[in-house]
Write a protein that binds this ligand. Structure first.
Ligand code: HEM
Length: 333
């Protein structure tokens, strides 16, 4: 048997777990190495935290490990760093530590936020999608933001903060929560639904709603998404951008916090017509030049409140809850 045939066979089983793309032998070998190093990765993470997007990132024999989904998630980490094993390993450790500290699933499924935030976000799940990886979409209606100061104030961001007080501003936690909820609707094995779209609607924004807290939070969110949500964005639309504020886009491009790969996924429109990208008649008239049977308000299409956390996500949240009860008991004693 030739060497290449042996190599092909040895990765056959691993390749069969990946449905989102077809792996080359070299890519499969990197994925195999990353899987092999899971024990040493988890060992380096605080509290051996091993959850990403509600899935367990651990060895095959551990309870709750869904091998194909775990492999698809690891592949996203590899792809984001162009299959550089060293960089992907570092990113993975950093993400697990960030999730242990930030608890994004708690932000999505446990915490409650100021009512004003409900007017800023929607999740749609429009099937069948007109374009690949635009079935699940998070909408941010930032023009509805009326009291930035209150929402962007930080709470509990230092190392000694008890786990019942979560890091970041209320806005940041809500925004990450929206992302985590939407990710629950993805199917990592489906090439047409393993990424999501994002839409920023800047209808009614004004210069006056640009607050220093908001600027800092925006930078923080861009970095958090860039570091911890690899290969999850298909297209990001900025719609109804006022002509007078188009400079904001140039500003983001020049400050260098957004990677070139992410910039390529951006679409900027000074109107709100998204009919080219979404199923015919599925969007409210405000977002479609075509005749639409859809409800008048985007909020009627919002599925956020129906989204449930998956199995290992629930387990991780229960562990977090137990830890908080333990801390409260320690304080009382
Ligand atoms: C007062 C008005 C605005 C508010 C409140 C606002 C809010 C935000 C927030 C909170 C983010 C963080 C990322 C996220 O939530 O996904 C963001 C990102 C961004 N915004 Fe705005 N924005 C405003 C105006 C604009 C305008 C006029 C543009 C011009 C196109 C713009 C372009 C961008 C870009 C390019 C990003 C980076 C997106 C990314 O890397 O994912 N923003 N904005």
């Amino acid at each position: 048997m030739s060497d290449s045939k042996t190599e092909k066979d040895s990765y056959g089983e691993l390749k069969a777990t990946i449905k989102s793309t077809e792996l080359t032998n070299e890519q499969a070998s990197k994925l195999a190495k990353l899987i092999e190093s899971i024990p040493s990765i988890v060992e380096k993470v605080t509290n051996n935290y091993d959850e990403i997007f509600g899935y367990r990132i651990n060895v095959d024999s551990e309870e709750y490990v869904n091998i194909p989904v775990r492999n698809e998630i690891l592949l996203k980490f590899l792809a984001a760093d162009e299959y550089d094993l060293d960089l992907s390993t570092k990113r993975l450790i950093k993400t697990l530590n960030w999730r242990n500290k930030f608890q994004p699933l708690s932000a999505a499924f446990v915490e409650t936020f100021d009512a004003e935030l409900d007017k800023l976000g929607v999740i749609t799940d429009l099937k069948p999608a007109a374009k690949e990886n635009l079935q699940v979409v998070t909408w941010n209606l930032y023009g509805n933001l009326k009291s930035p100061k209150k929402l962007f104030e930080k709470f509990g961001d230092n190392a000694d903060t008890p786990s019942s007080v979560k890091p970041g501003s209320q806005f940041l936690r809500w925004r990450i929560g929206l992302m985590e909820k939407a990710i629950q609707l993805l199917d990592f094995a489906d090439p047409a639904n393993n990424k999501l779209g994002q839409i920023h609607d800047y209808n009614n924004v004004s210069m006056f709603s640009i607050d220093p807290g908001m600027k800092a939070a925006t930078k923080e969110i861009i970095e958090i998404f860039g570091d911890n949500y690899p290969e999850l964005l298909s297209t990001k639309f900025f719609i109804n951008v006022p002509i007078l504020m188009a400079w904001v886009f140039t500003f983001f491009k020049t400050i260098g916090v957004i990677s070139a790969a992410t910039l390529k996924k951006f679409q900027v429109l000074n109107n709100g017509d998204l009919s080219e990208w979404f199923p015919k008649g599925s969007l409210p008239a405000a977002y479609s030049a075509e005749k639409s049977k859809a409800a008048d308000s985007l909020f009627a299409l919002d599925v956020a409140s129906t989204i449930k956390v998956n199995e290992y996500g629930k387990v991780s949240l229960t562990k977090l809850w137990d830890k908080q009860v333990e801390e409260i008991n320690d304080t009382v004693e």
